[in-house]
Ligand binder design. Structure first.
Ligand code: G6P
Ligand code: MG
Length: 217
């Protein structure tokens, strides 16, 4: 039985996935590494340092630990200037009404983001009150596709994984939801998110009725 919804943040609740993309693209190109949207799919849902490692590997570049920290910090500064401009208007279509619908139906809600900026983003979006719990990304040991962050979210809202649905835009995120043994809703391209149980190309299509229909199939 459905008792909780666990949301990813970037690319699900708001389009900060685009800001991460732009910030990584700048960093990669400054290092002379070609960077496009196809390559970016590999970074979605992946932590800051791990993303940097993937980019450096692609460019066959070795940096000292100190230089890696500097590059990652610089990417984050760039990202932070972009998120400063976020307002509630930046919520993706239908997301807030879906969250409200979930709360009205007595469901628990949680956020399972890998981003250390998640708290700042949900505050700017003014949806903090619609989330019963937010997993602190800084305390998650194994990043997506490992299920840890989704399992922690379920635990924090007092539910079993089987009672929760996860919503993700990233390949690694969908894998994490499935590894947690939850029903996975993918937001985005059905081909890249083929491991999801239900893929919607537009967040407007995410309603409680539509979800329940998919769950009962
Ligand atoms: C999310 C995004 C990733 C990002 C990660 C870490 O998972 O999808 O693109 O790299 O969070 O974000 P942070 O804000 O901590 O650098
Ligand atoms: Mg995401």
């Amino acid at each position: 039985q459905l008792k909780g919804i666990i949301f990813d943040l970037d690319g699900v609740i708001t389009d900060t996935a685009e800001y991460h993309y732009l910030a990584w693209k700048q960093l990669a190109e400054d290092l002379g590494i070609p960077f496009d949207r196809t390559f970016n799919e590999k970074l979605k849902g992946i932590s800051r340092m791990e993303s940097l490692e993937i980019i450096l590997e692609e460019g066959n570049i070795t940096l000292s630990e100190e230089e890696k920290q500097r590059q990652a910090a610089q990417k984050n500064e760039h990202y932070k200037t972009m998120i400063e401009k976020i307002t509630p208007d930046d919520l993706l279509p239908g997301v807030k009404s879906f969250m409200e619908e979930a709360k009205a139906a007595g469901l628990k809600t949680a956020l399972a983001s890998a981003s250390k900026n998640a708290q700042a983003v949900i505050e700017r979006l003014e949806v903090t009150h619609l989330l019963d719990s937010v997993v602190d990304a800084a305390t998650v040991k194994q990043g997506k596709p490992h299920p840890e962050v989704f399992l922690r979210a379920a635990e924090q809202i007092g539910l079993n994984a089987s009672e929760c649905v996860g919503v993700e835009d990233a390949q690694a995120g969908v894998k994490a939801i499935k590894a947690a043994d939850m029903f996975a809703v993918g937001v985005g391209d059905p081909v890249s998110l083929q491991e999801a149980d239900w893929v919607i190309q537009d967040t407007k299509l995410l309603t409680l009725d539509a979800l329940k229909e998919k769950l009962n199939k």
